[in-house]
Design a protein around this ligand. Sequence first.
Ligand code: IPE
Ligand code: IPE
Ligand code: MG
Ligand code: MG
Ligand code: MG
Length: 291
Amino acid sequence: MGKYQEEKRLLVEEAMRKFFPSDGDYPPIIHQAMEYSLFAGGKRFRPVLTLLVAEALGVDPAEVLPTACAIEYIHTYSLIHDDLPAIDNDLLRRGRPTCHIAFGEDVAILAGDGLFAEAFHLITTRQKGEPASVLQVVRELARASGIQGMVGGQVADIKSTGQEVDPATIEFIHLHKTGDLITAAVRCAAILAGASGEILDRLTEYARQLGLAFQIVDDILDIEGKTVTLGKEARSDERKLKVTYPSVHGLEKSRQLAKERVERAKMALAGLEIKTEALLNLADFVYERRA
Ligand code: IPE
Ligand code: IPE
Ligand code: MG
Ligand code: MG
Ligand code: MG
């Protein structure tokens, strides 16, 4: 993600170590399972995005770290559940055996539940700011994770598996299963920074386009990437008859659509009186990434 974002990623890593509940607590296996998935690497794309938006709005990124880390907890929970045999049935994640392979399905389900709850505990305990803003952050994340957000997208994803779907359906799936949490990562930072009106609207549009592009590229990398670089098994979508951008539009058109969304994301920031450079670079990263 470039040198600049590497600095942000390290900030996130350090803060997560600080915030994460101590593993001395009983019963140890649930702490071990949560830590196993959380500290397995991962790009930390969503929390880095939160930090970059805060900075773009003139706020010290350290101020939004509890919310940024909470978003990574929610994302990690979604990966643990996404990998379960009943959903995508995957064996490798972030370069390690998936949580349910390492700890069993029962503990993996609860590790996901635990991370989801800890996310809200972290925000409501440690996020500083106007109480109304912190409450709005909680509401944004609840909505982005729930039936109108990620859960809704995941349900549309599993119910479409093995079916023929139209472009509107695959767009719906991607906007919700992946796009909504990415949008929340941006909006939460903006809300804590006190943004409203046009700035909040344009950042929301940036995030929506970026989130869609992120998942289109994930689909492309499933076909073109290597298991070692991805840290998850390549070519698993086709085997599982998942619906993806390439399965609906073909590979070439999918690349073009991802590029188009990245350009729209960048366009959404044009002329805004904030420091947009890092956000524009991050948009390019989404299209160019190889992992
Ligand atoms: C993978 O997300 C799942 C999607 C929503 C595409 P990431 O590509 O951000 O995975 P990590 O966090 O880096 O492991
Ligand atoms: C994941 O989509 C979306 C969520 C986890 C919410 P995918 O199923 O494509 O993600 P990967 O490829 O397993 O990381
Ligand atoms: Mg999935
Ligand atoms: Mg999956
Ligand atoms: Mg995928």
